[in-house]
Ligand binder design. Structure first.
Ligand SMILES: *Cc1c(COP(=O)(O)O)cnc(C)c1O
Length: 399
């Protein structure tokens, strides 16, 4: 049967302790044991189903992890307090002193800064490459390489990684392929295409209400257990754990993820086609003009579309800023970073989320001053939205 990520979430069943239709929230940081021996065994990692301390796991966190593992089709998953709280312990679990990473050069600014500025302190070196050029990826691999790191759809340039082909390279050299799938939940299922570890910032589409942070690592039980080890597990020891109250609320929001993603994708596809027809430089993986349109199409679960993210080039930072301020004034969305909200969010990545990347490197990767990144909202009447955006573009002279 074809892998249907939303069905897998929907088919999970759990009840509260009094038969509530929602699981009870575990409002405790620590847990009692009936015998001292069981406590000892649990510390040694030998007792399944026993809770020790909520930095390690809690019933609420396990429920959310189970739903996310069902979505990605991995054995299990471990939630974290933020996306970076999932990404950094994954990198540090796989790599140590003397190791090397081949990473896409167009990744989330925080991940880029971690690999570029922080991990070299620990003797971990990273080569940043154009992930769409498979020969360049392969040529960057050295004897010390442990990991290929990329985003399925990259932030902010919406480059698409050919996960199947990258998985083949990773296998050939015995490397871990780690994929951040934050921009394309449900649409792309990287583990089904050969990725070893799938990461998400739950802060974005998956939670979808911009009221909390969260992250997740979806992987094999062996990998997740190693991250949670009380002896040397990077998640357990670095401590970016999620609170049970939050995991319970994210689990509830996840139930509508499939409906939201379809609407985000439908609206973004509509606007991208209109913007392109108006002569704006528009980047959206669903457009035939997108260099990786075919690759995305070959990987996707079609019913969820090409996602809610698109970019346009307003020509200059001044024009971009003017346009964003006017669109906010007309209540077409918010001038804010982040993504996956019910309202459209827009920002200029060069001066915000990707400002960690030096200007010359921004230019080299095609991140122009006038670039505006849109996370398209759930607007019911997207034609009206388009007409109003079009009027704003004419008013500031972008069109
Ligand atoms: C936001 C984001 C992150 C970081 O997640 P936080 O929840 O902000 O820590 C990582 N990767 C991508 C692609 C993101 O958009």
């Amino acid at each position: 049967m074809k892998f249907k990520p939303a069905n897998n979430i929907q088919d999970l069943q759990y009840f509260g302790e009094f038969g509530g239709v929602n699981p009870s929230i575990s409002d405790s940081s620590t847990y009692t044991f009936l015998s001292a021996k069981t406590m000892f065994d649990t510390f040694e990692g030998n007792t399944d189903g026993c809770y020790l301390y909520s930095r390690h796991s809690s019933p609420s966190n396990l429920y959310l992890g189970e739903a996310l593992a069902a979505m990605e089709g991995t054995e299990t998953a471990n939630v974290a307090g933020s996306g970076m709280g999932a990404i950094t312990p994954t990198i540090l679990q796989i790599c140590g002193n003397g190791d090397h990473i081949v990473s896409s050069r167009t990744i989330y600014g925080g991940t880029y800064a971690f690999l570029k500025n922080f991990t070299p302190r620990m003797g971990i070196e990273t080569s940043f490459v154009d992930i769409t050029k498979l020969d360049v990826v392969e040529a960057a691999i050295t004897d010390n390489t442990k990991m290929i790191y990329c985003e399925s759809v990259s932030n902010p340039l919406l480059e698409v990684a050919d996960i199947k082909a990258l998985a083949k390279i990773a296998k050939k050299y015995d490397l871990k392929l780690v994929v951040d799938n934050t921009f394309s939940p449900l649409s792309i299922a990287p583990a089904q295409l050969g990725a070893d570890v799938v990461l998400h910032s739950l802060t974005k589409f998956i939670n979808g209400s911009s009221d909390t942070m969260g992250g997740v690592v979806c992987a094999s039980s062996d990998f997740i257990n190693s991250q949670k080890s009380v002896i040397d597990g990077a998640s357990m020891l670095l401590g970016a754990s999620m609170d049970s109250m939050r995991s319970a609320s994210i689990l509830k929001n996840m139930r509508t993820l499939h409906i939201r993603m379809k609407q985000h994708s439908k609206n973004a596809a509509f606007l991208a086609e209109k913007f392109e027809a108006d002569g704006l430089k528009t980047v959206y993986p669903g457009l035939k003009s997108h260099p990786s349109h075919e690759v995305f199409t070959s990987m996707m679960n079609k019913e969820y579309g090409y996602g809610g993210m698109l970019t346009i080039d307003a020509g200059s930072l001044e024009k971009a800023n003017e346009l964003m301020e006017l669109m906010q004034e007309k209540n077409l969305g918010y001038l804010a970073v982040s993504l996956g909200f019910y309202k459209t969010l827009f920002s200029a990545p060069g001066t915000s989320t990707s400002s960690e990347i030096p200007e010359d490197e921004q230019a080299e990767m095609g991140l122009t001053d006038g670039l505006i990144r849109f996370s398209i909202g759930l607007d019911n009447d997207i034609e009206r939205t388009y007409e109003m955006m079009n009027a704003c573009m004419k008013e500031v002279g972008v069109l």
